[in-house]
Design a protein around this ligand. Structure first.
Ligand SMILES: *Cc1c(COP(=O)(O)O)cnc(C)c1O
Length: 413
């Protein structure tokens, strides 16, 4: 309806155009677990996918639907299912669509918990090949007859490698493979995976979309580009009831959300929805801060390396400049050999030592000792993660305050 409006205008008016009662500008928080019908046929129709409606809030709730609609609009997608966390969205998507014996090609720079869930599914019969996502040739080399899915992230965390997103999309289209892009690090404000032919887009709503570190959530959006009619793992019962284009997202809603049960609460959906109204404003500011900070760190004699796609020295800088609207709020850096990164972190006064990202506040964490500790030294080396690496999720503080905090910490160390 309002597809022609800008990114922020569309989000701001999204709830209102769904016509909540009394002309409310926000979709209310519907806490009801179950929904009643005067005529039993109404309830039956919902169960049989013959009518839209709600039966039980584990698989659908109007507050959550309104947020799903917003994410669909942000991603220029066709339909979205929301989950309790980003990890619930990822594990449910894999669970809903793949079978033992299927093969998936995944980036070797994946978020640690995604890598961990792929390991769990490997134990249950899935085959996974990990490849350097910066080169489409690696995906072509890893292709097998039973390859059903490719799974990549836009910008990797923490070393900020940018996946070869466009050519990987062409490859998936050519082979009829489901192309899953985790867009968490960029968010739909910075990048829309539909533009590189993604089939499914994952977002951790906890991060930039919610944006305030006060609610967990996740989502998967079907872009409408994948031909589900030909996909062999769709349940026969769904093929009888559902339009072909809705088969994938419906199977995700039923097997991934209804059966696995990682439901987003209406209270969290409301917080995320309100947070999402300012994503463009927050990210513009965070990206400006991140670039200024990356330049400061790169020029500092105590810093040996800065990982940020916005720097000309970044190996995928040209690609990032071509396909992303901004370079994001996440960066990492390594201090010189022998400089104690704990001592440095403890000297920061404004920046918070914390593991989240996409918050309004700037957060810092030593990578090798925390989020990538479980991987072990060998895999960390493979992923290009030095022991002194610090990851920063840059927030929306006043730029001068932020730069000042880093300057004083670097000077006194
Ligand atoms: C945080 C994150 C997730 C998981 O999201 P949660 O909401 O924390 O479960 C998935 N992918 C990426 C890239 C992330 O940064």
């Amino acid at each position: 309806m309002n597809d022609k409006k800008g990114f922020t205008t569309t989000i701001l008016h999204s709830d209102r155009l769904l016509k909540p009662e009394f002309g409310a500008l926000h979709q209310p928080i519907h806490t009801a677990v179950t929904w009643g019908y005067d005529d039993v046929q109404g309830l039956v129709n919902v169960f049989q996918n013959k009518a839209k409606g709600y039966a039980y809030s584990r698989q659908g709730n109007p507050t959550v639907t309104a947020l799903e609609h917003k994410v669909t609009q942000m991603e220029h997608g066709m339909a979205t299912v929301a989950f309790s966390t980003g990890m619930a969205a990822i594990s449910a998507t894999l669970l809903a669509l793949l079978k033992a014996g299927d093969h998936i090609i995944a980036s070797s720079y994946l978020f640690g918990n995604t890598r961990s869930v792929l390991q769990t599914y490997t134990d249950m019969g899935l085959n996974v090949t990990y490849v350097d996502a910066t080169s489409v040739q690696e995906f072509r080399n890893a292709y097998q007859e039973n390859t059903k899915m490719v799974f990549v992230e836009t910008i990797a965390n923490p070393a900020t490698q940018v996946a070869d997103l466009g050519p990987i999309g062409d490859f998936c289209e050519e082979k009829g493979i489901i192309y899953v892009v985790d867009n968490t690090m960029t968010s739909p404000y910075i990048f829309r995976p539909v533009t590189v032919k993604a089939s499914l887009v994952i977002n951790s709503l906890t991060k930039y979309i919610g944006g305030h570190g006060n609610a967990l959530g996740g989502s998967v959006t079907d872009t409408g580009l994948y031909n589900w009619d030909k996909f062999p793992n769709i349940a026969a019962i769904l093929r009888e009831q559902i339009r072909p284009e809705m088969l994938g997202i419906t199977q995700i809603r039923k097997r991934g959300l209804r059966d696995a049960g990682g439901t987003l609460s209406p209270e969290a959906a409301h917080s995320i929805s309100v947070g999402s109204e300012t994503i463009a404003l927050r990210l513009e500011r965070a990206c400006n801060n991140a670039l200024a900070l990356a330049r400061l760190l790169e020029a500092h004699p105590m810093v040996s390396k800065v990982y940020y796609p916005g720097l000309e020295s970044h190996p995928e800088h040209q690609l990032a400049a071509t396909i992303f609207h901004r370079f994001g709020g996440l960066m990492s850096f390594a201090l010189n050999d022998g400089v104690d990164c704990f001592a440095f972190l403890n000297r920061l006064k404004l920046v918070i030592k914390s593991s989240n990202l996409g918050d309004t506040r700037t957060l810092a964490i030593p990578v090798a000792h925390t989020i990538f500790f479980e991987l072990g030294a060998e895999r960390r080396a493979e992923m290009g993660i030095p022991d002194s690496m610090v990851r920063l999720s840059v927030g929306i503080e006043d730029e001068e305050d932020l730069l000042q905090d880093f300057k004083q910490a670097l000077e006194t160390i």
